[in-house]
Design a protein around this ligand. Structure first.
Ligand code: ISE
Length: 342
């Protein structure tokens, strides 16, 4: 491992980028936050001023090319990920890219191919659920085979509320994408078909937004998964996952932390959003990325995982529009990766 700390630049300092900047500056070992970039330069300057020695770079492509930046964390909107991740690959910079990797399967495949041509793995995709201690324990249990073969997964993914600009297809591409990754990871298989249905929408969603939605995945090995995504639930951030196997089942996300009795009531706290619920997972994810980058490696979800997830969501958006099951169009892994990493 390199003795020097990894000099990290953050591209996009909205909600998640600002959260990651604080994590890199204060909670992750072996990393120095050295630069930030955001189209909102005032926001970038305000964030940089909170830390010592952090430069503001106007153009994200200049930050990526900067020789004083060793690695890049991309937390910009998904619509600019392709250009930015490709630039990172071109400059040989280890990259942690927030989900979704890009906006659709075809563009994500271009990233996979560019990384392969670069000749070494560089890209980790920000599917933080894999680093959450509860999810990780569930994965270990499933993989141990103690419960027999996994047959079904049921996911619940609820947000307190979403901006009016968060439209129906974004519920698939930006929210359901997490459950897509969780199911591929738990089953260890690709998703073959996806159906996305919507009941009558909540009156709390913006006009025309189909919220909640229910997605059904058919896995390549015959397993199935259901996922409810409800981004205007008005309750809080609730993420649960139940894996049903031949000889038992396992559930995570019951939120059993401190149990309080007060004023004739009892109960616990429901977090407002993902930064709170998955704080530990994000810390572990970014630490794993930094450690791997310092060794010249990549840990966690790969560009292939990012590609597979966007390919499924591309099919999911089509299903949402038609109400019919859609077969996921994916390139053959061995053809693209040539039997290598992915
Ligand atoms: C957001 O971008 C996230 O990644 C959250 O985990 C998810 O719950 C939310 O729905 C997305 O908008």
């Amino acid at each position: 491992m390199s003795a020097a700390p990894l000099r990290v630049g953050v591209v996009g300092v909205g909600v998640m980028g600002a959260d990651h900047a604080g994590r890199l500056a204060h909670r992750v070992a072996g990393a120095d936050l050295v630069a930030v970039s955001d189209p909102d330069t005032a926001r970038a300057a305000e964030l940089a001023a909170r830390f010592d020695g952090v430069r503001v770079v106007g153009d994200p492509l200049d930050l990526i090319a900067d020789e004083r930046v060793d690695a890049v964390l991309i937390a910009s909107p998904g619509s600019v990920h392709e250009e930015q991740v490709l630039a990172c690959v071109e400059h040989g910079k280890p990259t942690l890219c927030e989900k979704p990797l890009t906006m659709d399967g075809e563009s994500s495949l271009r990233v996979v191919e560019a990384e392969r041509k670069a000749g070494r793995p560089l890209v980790q995709v920000g599917f933080m659920r894999r680093f959450d201690p509860e999810y990780a324990e569930m994965k270990r249990l499933v993989d141990s085979g103690d419960l027999g073969r996994i047959l079904l997964v049921h996911n619940t993914h609820r947000n307190l509320r979403a901006a009016d600009s968060f439209r129906s297809e974004m519920i698939v591409r930006d929210s359901l994408v997490h459950e897509v990754d969780v199911c591929r990871w738990l089953f260890g298989e690709e998703i073959e078909t996806i159906t996305v249905l919507a009941p009558r929408p909540t009156g709390e969603a913006a006009e025309g937004v189909l919220d909640p939605q229910v997605a059904i995945f058919r896995m390549a090995g015959g397993g199935m998964a259901t996922s409810e995504v409800f981004v205007n639930s008005q309750v809080g951030y609730e993420v649960r996952c139940e894996a049903v196997a031949e000889r038992g089942n396992a559930t995570i996300g019951l939120g059993q932390s401190v149990f309080v009795r007060r004023a004739g009531q009892y109960g616990g706290r429901i977090p407002d959003d993902w930064r709170d619920r998955f704080a530990r997972a994000y810390d572990l994810e970014v630490q794993a990325w930094v450690d791997a980058a310092r060794r010249g490696e990549v840990a966690g979800p790969t560009s292939w995982d990012g590609y597979a997830a966007t390919a499924v969501c591309t099919a999911g958006m089509e299903s949402l529009a038609t109400g019919r099951p859609v077969t996921v169009a994916m390139a053959d892994r061995a053809d693209v990766l040539g039997g290598g990493r992915g």
